[in-house]
Design a protein around this ligand. Structure first.
Ligand code: V0V
Ligand code: CO
Length: 140
């Protein structure tokens, strides 16, 4: 079902500081910066590697306010890994297949994600405590 790990989402208080850390420590390069009002985040995608199944990134996430998903996460747990995003060929099809196995979908239909992707989240309580995102990259 999954083509690759598309990205690992990491919650942080200060996006610019974290970008600087990932650039200077690991030599990663920012390929996209966006504000996603619907998801309540300011985010950056840093390129990690290109594989057979596509490209993998680190996604750094700063909340737009304390009431957002990432804002609440930071208050409860502090900075760290927030979610795993898996690449899929068809997000609607993957949602239907996964829902049929009894895993709760947070999103009833796909949402707009980073760099033109279609995304959907699965509830962490049904995935062993891991917030899980499905990512369908736009057609090249
Ligand atoms: C919350 N919980 C988590 C979690 N966030 N567990 C694992 N990983 C996380 N990231 C746990 C939390 O500890 C609670 O467990 C329980 O879920 C309910 O959490 P809550 O703080 O009361 O918050 P809720 O229920 O209001 O919201 C939680 C959910 C929410 C997961 C439903 O964060 C959500 O809808 N997330 C999906 C959207 C999102 O995260 N967007 C930001 C990334 P206990 O304490 O009761 O045991 S946007 C993105 O990735 C983009 C744009 C992209 O990739 O392109
Ligand atoms: Co994400």
């Amino acid at each position: 079902m999954f083509l690759r790990i598309d990205h690992v989402g990491i919650a942080c208080h200060n996006l610019e500081e974290k970008i600087e850390f990932y650039e200077s420590t690991f030599g990663l390069v920012v390929v996209s910066r966006e504000v996603n009002e619907a998801q309540g985040v300011r985010e950056a995608m840093l390129h990690v590697a290109d594989g057979e199944g596509g490209t993998s990134y680190v996604q750094l996430l700063e909340p737009l306010s304390p009431e957002t998903a990432v804002g609440k996460f930071l208050a409860k747990r502090g900075e760290g890994v927030h979610h795993i995003g898996y690449g899929v060929a068809d997000v609607s099809k993957a949602m239907a297949e996964i829902a049929a196995k009894g895993v709760r979908l947070i999103d009833e239909r796909p949402r707009h994600g980073s760099m033109g992707a279609s995304i959907a989240f699965l509830h962490p309580k049904d995935v062993g405590g891991v917030l899980t995102e499905l990512v369908e990259a736009p057609r090249a």
